[in-house]
Design a protein around this ligand. Structure first.
Ligand SMILES: Cc1cc2nc3c(=O)[nH]c(=O)nc-3n(C[C@H](O)[C@H](O)[C@H](O)COP(=O)(O)OP(=O)(O)OC[C@H]3O[C@@H](n4cnc5c(N)ncnc54)[C@H](O)[C@@H]3O)c2cc1C
Length: 452
């Protein structure tokens, strides 16, 4: 005979807003008759805010509430300090244990440590991702070897959910869940636009680096917070190829992009220092300039380089920018302005709607050249050439930098060379060649000093 506590467990939903293919619920169900799904926001503004991050949170939560409801359950939604809230919920539901996805970032690991000193908390490995099935044996030296090994890992069965009636303990739905449910549905539109028979996936392998037109899925916020699982993405891509076989090259390329996410997660798992520490010891002595004025001109999109400024303005408005733009602005901050990559990484962390610790710090170190897996340090993006490649007619720049709306295509990425000056737009913060030579010298010196 089970005690009430054994019958009931708490599922603390953090970055896994889904019932299907979720290793946490699969594990919790093995040991308990009923499970109470709990979502805790650290501030009530998440439920009401109209900023990009709150909107994604509300849509993800609404979807989750709906999915739980299909299994006959309801979600407890709270705002407040998580440990205090969980302790209250454990007592009021007479549950004995909390299950939650294993944390990967420093802040969550600390929170888990504190929580474990108060009650029983079981961190669950994310078995829904390929990398997580054998994280210790995957080679993480460079992406190519990782990708080859990653591809050969069988996907296996999705994490099953048991019979409907026993999955969730149904509580009185609280007011917040009712208010949040069914508010928005941008996810269905994004999925349809990307995976439809003649959707964006069709030309993904050829066009994915263009930023003036929509070429990628923009599903990253829903992947980061777990509304979509990895197998949801594989299945959707497979279904597209079945309907339209000409998409197969693009579907392969799409899988490769997903593998990048796993690559950085695997590195963070093996090397947690990646989150905050320069991994290449020979570059620990880089004399970063970290000028406040340079940093704030970068943040505000006022560097005088149109592709950098439009990207930074889109980032602060929408909380999302294209991968190519992330690479360009990251390279610019580190290699042109000599600002420590961690300052840029932290700015992305507080702004991105798809923030993911592994993808963010991994990509920053990759671009900055500060880790063993990075692009070579001497790879420095030229913001003018990059702009011409990814926004050939300048329509992306004109959308975000209205000061340049009347500049002809030929000069849109280098407006300083146009004979009519635009008074409203600043001159370049630094000359590209000068910046490049300065950085090469500094990185080379740091490497040579360590070698001797
Ligand atoms: C400096 C920098 C910081 C970044 N920070 C984040 C972050 O915090 N969170 C995040 O999800 N991605 C991050 N990325 C990776 C990438 O830019 C985004 O995943 C991508 O732009 C999301 O758009 P999408 O969904 O349209 O991508 P698609 O082209 O549709 O790609 C499909 C999926 O593959 C994954 N993916 C693609 N490229 C990468 C990559 N380089 N690294 C890791 N995963 C990738 C994402 O989950 C993405 O949704 C960062 C890249 C850089 C250069």
């Amino acid at each position: 005979m089970r005690t009430p506590a054994e019958r009931s467990a708490i599922w603390w939903v953090r970055r896994d807003f889904r019932v299907h293919d979720n290793p946490v619920i699969t594990r919790a169900q093995k040991n308990h008759l009923t499970v109470v799904p709990v979502v805790i926001a650290d501030d009530t503004s998440w439920f009401t805010g109209n900023d990009p991050r709150s909107r994604i949170f509300q849509e993800s939560l609404a979807r989750f509430i709906e999915e739980v409801r299909k299994y006959g359950g309801s979600v407890l939604v709270r705002a407040g300090e998580p440990i205090q809230e969980l302790a209250d919920i454990l007592a009021s539901t007479q549950s004995s244990v909390v299950y939650s996805l294993r944390p990967d970032d420093d802040k969550s690991k600390n929170l888990f440590r504190r929580a474990k000193s108060k009650f029983q908390l079981l961190p669950i490995k994310d078995e829904s991702r390929r990398y997580s099935k054998c994280p210790d044996s995957l080679p993480t030296g460079n992406f190519r070897s990782f990708f080859n090994a990653w591809q050969s890992i069988p996907l296996g069965k999705s994490n099953p959910v048991a019979t409907k009636s026993i999955v969730f303990r149904s509580l009185q739905p609280d007011k917040k869940s009712i208010a949040i449910a069914n508010k928005r549905d941008s996810l269905s539109i994004l999925k349809r636009d990307f995976f439809a028979t003649r959707g964006l996936l069709t030309n993904y392998s050829l066009e994915k680096d263009r930023v003036d037109i929509t070429t990628t899925s923009r599903l990253s916020p829903f992947i980061s917070n777990g509304v979509l699982s990895q197998s949801d993405l594989f299945k959707a891509a497979k279904a597209s190829v079945e309907k339209n076989p000409t998409m197969s090259e693009s579907a392969k390329e799409y899988q490769r992009q997903i593998a990048w996410r796993d690559y950085f997660s695997a590195i963070l798992y093996k090397t947690p220092e990646m989150e905050l520490r320069t991994l290449d010891a020979s570059l620990l002595s880089i004399p970063w300039e970290n000028h406040e004025d340079d940093y704030s001109r970068w943040v505000n999109g006022e560097t005088g380089y149109p592709i950098v400024d439009s990207a930074m303005r889109q980032l602060s408005t929408e909380g999302w920018i294209h991968n190519r733009l992330r690479m360009i602005v990251a390279s610019f901050l580190v290699k042109h302005l000599l600002v420590d990559w961690r300052l840029g990484m932290l700015h992305f962390q507080s702004t991105l709607v798809d923030h993911d610790t592994a993808a963010n710090s991994g990509n920053w170190q990759w671009i900055a050249g500060t880790a063993y897996f990075s692009a070579p340090y001497f790879r420095i993006f030229n913001p003018v050439i990059q702009g011409v490649k990814c926004d050939p007619h300048g329509s992306y720049v004109r959308r975000w930098v209205p000061e340049l709306v009347n500049i002809p295509d030929k000069y849109i990425h280098s407006p300083w060379s146009y004979h009519k000056k635009t008074a409203m737009y600043p001159p370049p913060i630094i000359d590209h060649i000068t910046a490049r030579e300065r950085t090469l010298k500094i990185f080379k010196t740091a490497k040579t000093l360590t070698a001797n």
